[in-house]
Write a protein that binds this ligand. Structure first.
Ligand SMILES: *[C@@H]1O[C@H](CO)[C@@H](O)[C@H](O)[C@H]1NC(C)=O
Ligand SMILES: *[C@@H]1O[C@H](CO)[C@@H](O)[C@H](O)[C@H]1NC(C)=O
Ligand SMILES: *[C@@H]1O[C@H](CO)[C@@H](O)[C@H](O)[C@H]1NC(C)=O
Ligand SMILES: *[C@@H]1O[C@H](CO)[C@@H](O)[C@H](O)[C@H]1NC(C)=O
Ligand SMILES: *[C@@H]1O[C@H](CO)[C@@H](O)[C@H](O)[C@H]1NC(C)=O
Ligand SMILES: *[C@@H]1O[C@H](CO)[C@@H](O)[C@H](O)[C@H]1NC(C)=O
Ligand SMILES: *[C@@H]1O[C@H](CO)[C@@H](O)[C@H](O)[C@H]1NC(C)=O
Ligand SMILES: *[C@@H]1O[C@H](CO)[C@@H](O)[C@H](O)[C@H]1NC(C)=O
Ligand SMILES: *[C@@H]1O[C@H](CO)[C@@H](O)[C@H](O)[C@H]1NC(C)=O
Ligand SMILES: *[C@@H]1O[C@H](CO)[C@@H](O)[C@H](O)[C@H]1NC(C)=O
Ligand SMILES: *[C@@H]1O[C@H](CO)[C@@H](O)[C@H](O)[C@H]1NC(C)=O
Ligand SMILES: *[C@@H]1O[C@H](CO)[C@@H](O)[C@H](O)[C@H]1NC(C)=O
Length: 509
């Protein structure tokens, strides 16, 4: 096994037990498909129309509670693999817990819900398969932790090869969390996708806000083996991950301590693991070794009432996982564990160069009917790039071709297209574009420019002659006037200007 990056942290500070009231939750709570605002358990849920273009709001036919009663559904459209995105305003650099909720409710008139993908910014986050939960009458949640790289974060839904009916989403939450949470992760390169979060030895309802200040969900696990809470005198605090103190009220104590946890088979990947411990008595020596599968994870962990947490930032796991706690030699008492979290470490795919994104947004704005699926990151994930564009590979992701031939587009061509300096070809033929041809002389890589069969007016900009590599320039069947610049009549440039324009035959005086 390769050398692992391990970080350990012990909480040594002990603060007073008198807790201030929990801070209010900060962020956006979006009730997909809803038409009105609602307040549930202190969260103000907003209707989703302001955050998304495309899709249709639908009411579930079976009566269900609150936010689960509506969804937004997106057209499968012959399974064109296109994404539909929510754009949520965020604070650049802030850390967000993102939670998506899905509850099918039979909206597609099929028994079984569709399987599809969810995408965060330019990264494929997870395949959404709600089949089993839905069969059990349960909604499905996904939770991830990501740092905002810009002023908006996008969450997209997209059909994949398994999708057999319209994908949908029920709710979307973007919650700001403390900077210190999971901060051994380099959030510029990675995101975390939750696999499991459990309170061990706990059998009550899910622990969440206000116990957890960021409304993380701590599920009960192994309640049958728990030790009764009793007179605990635990005063943990100052864990970087800020777990709720309620998880330390119960624990698991079995010997030998072998936990098959997380309780599912994991895909081969790297994982962030955090385990939380606090002793419930202060006169013992509770020291043990922690191993994951057969690999030693931490030796001679000394657990006290002040608590300890150990975490691994990037640990490879695959299939079933077993956590083993073995008493150290000389320890007079067995091990215990209070809680654990496992996240898959998602490698972020990056994002399209901002300059190109801004320019494309302006091109989109100047079209009267841009392709509906032009939202989210233009290039990424690669299998879900925008209709009609192709992009470069490598660390700088640029748009290199634009082909919107015969898309029924009207409106004008924004001069901002001149900022997409990596473009090698522009195909806009057979549309109804009007207005002037912008100055494109900054597109030094441009080889092909097809504007034929539109209604462009004005003159052909002579600055096109400054693009050395231009090989094809087609502008026939527009409403162009003036003179065809003589600089364009050069060898190596295939120039097509007629029929269908109204050029002057004489040079102007
Ligand atoms: C869903 O139900 C609400 C209230 O009952 C109603 O206002 C809304 O028009 C319905 N939406 C659809 C898409 O049927
Ligand atoms: C979705 O989950 C169901 C139930 O667990 C399973 O039978 C099915 O194969 C899954 N679909 C995909 C595409 O993974
Ligand atoms: C994580 O946050 C804690 C508390 O703010 C801080 O002491 C620690 O240095 C941070 N660690 C990293 C790796 O940034
Ligand atoms: C826990 O106990 C309950 C009732 O005693 C039982 O129904 C359940 O199957 C047990 N669960 C496990 C995981 O042993
Ligand atoms: C809990 O422990 C603290 C010191 O750690 C002590 O001051 C306090 O009296 C104890 N409380 C109980 C109920 O044992
Ligand atoms: C997991 O993937 C890594 C890298 O792709 C590979 O080296 C390793 O053998 C895989 N492990 C298992 C158990 O499949
Ligand atoms: C342990 O806790 C008791 C009260 O529960 C307290 O009186 C005693 O001082 C504590 N001992 C240590 C070593 O902190
Ligand atoms: C541009 O798109 C049209 C329509 O989708 C297609 O027929 C054509 O081959 C494409 N041209 C290029 C150069 O990719
Ligand atoms: C342009 O618009 C007219 C009507 O406004 C329509 O008849 C024609 O089909 C459109 N042409 C293209 C190529 O979309
Ligand atoms: C091109 O981008 C620059 C900033 O990089 C901006 O100032 C300028 O207005 C843009 N040009 C157009 C035509 O949008
Ligand atoms: C373009 O020219 C055609 C005929 O020459 C005319 O019908 C049309 O109105 C013109 N369109 C624009 C936008 O100038
Ligand atoms: C072409 O231009 C000339 C002079 O600029 C104008 O008289 C004529 O009407 C135009 N023809 C068409 C078809 O627009």
């Amino acid at each position: 096994m390769s050398v692992l990056s391990l970080v350990f942290f012990f909480s040594l500070l002990t603060l007073s037990l008198s807790q201030p009231p929990p801070p209010p939750l900060k962020g956006f709570f979006i009730d997909c498909g809803a038409t009105e605002e609602s307040t549930i358990d202190g969260k103000v849920w907003l209707p989703d129309a302001a955050f998304v273009s495309g899709g249709t709001p639908k009411n579930l036919t079976t009566p269900v509670l609150d936010i689960l009663s509506t969804v937004r559904s997106f057209p499968l459209q012959n399974n064109l693999r296109k994404k539909f995105c929510y754009a949520v305003p965020v604070y650049r650099g802030a850390k967000y817990l993102v939670r998506t909720t899905y509850f099918y409710g039979g909206i597609n008139e099929r028994d079984s819900p569709p399987v599809f993908d969810q995408i965060i910014d330019g990264t494929l986050w997870r395949m959404v398969n709600t089949t089993e939960d839905y069969a059990n009458g349960m909604p499905t949640y996904f939770e991830g932790v990501f740092v905002a790289q810009g002023k908006f974060m996008s969450l997209c839904i997209a059909a994949n090869t398994y999708t057999d009916s319209d994908p949908f989403i029920t709710a979307l939450e973007f919650l700001i969390v403390e900077k210190s949470l999971y901060n051994s992760t380099d959030f510029g390169k990675y995101g975390l996708g939750l696999v499991a979060r459990h309170a061990f030895g706990f059998s009550g309802p899910i622990i969440r806000y206000p116990d957890d200040h960021f409304d993380r969900f701590w599920l009960p696990f192994g309640g049958n083996y728990s030790t009764p809470a009793g007179n605990r005198n635990i005063s943990v605090s100052s864990f970087w991950n800020l777990p709720p103190s309620k998880i330390f009220e119960t624990d698991l104590k079995v010997q030998p301590m072998e936990l098959n946890w997380p309780p599912l088979s994991l895909p081969n990947s790297t994982y962030y693991i955090a385990l939380y411990f606090a002793d419930d008595r202060n006169w013992s020596s509770r020291v043990f070794d922690v191993s994951i599968n057969t690999v030693s994870y931490y030796r001679e962990l000394n657990v006290t009432p002040a608590g300890a947490s150990v975490f691994a930032t990037r640990w490879p796991l695959s299939g079933a996982t077993k956590i083993t706690l073995t008493p150290a030699v000389g320890s007079n008492i067995g091990p215990l564990i209070n809680a654990g979290e496992v996240f898959e470490v998602l490698t972020l795919e990056g994002k399209t160069t901002t300059r190109d994104v801004i320019a494309l947004e302006k091109v989109k704005d100047s079209l009267k009917n841009p392709p509906l699926v032009w939202n989210g990151d233009p290039c990424l994930p690669r299998q879900y790039s925008w209709t009609g564009i192709s992009c470069s590979k490598g660390p700088q992701i640029r748009v290199i071709t634009l082909n919107l031939t015969n898309m029924g587009l009207s409106g004008s061509l924004s001069p901002s297209i001149a900022n997409m300096t990596a473009l090698t070809s522009i195909f806009l033929g057979n549309n109804n574009l009007t207005g002037p041809i912008p100055d494109l002389s900054s597109l030094k890589m441009l080889e092909m420019l097809h504007l034929e069969n539109n209604q462009f007016s004005g003159e052909i900009p002579s600055s096109l002659g400054a693009i050395d590599g231009l090989r094809e320039l087609f502008v026939q069947n527009n409403n162009l006037t003036g003179l065809v610049p003589s600089i364009l009549k050069k060898p190596g440039l295939n120039l097509k200007t007629s029929p269908g324009n109204n050029f002057s035959s004489l040079p102007p005086s």
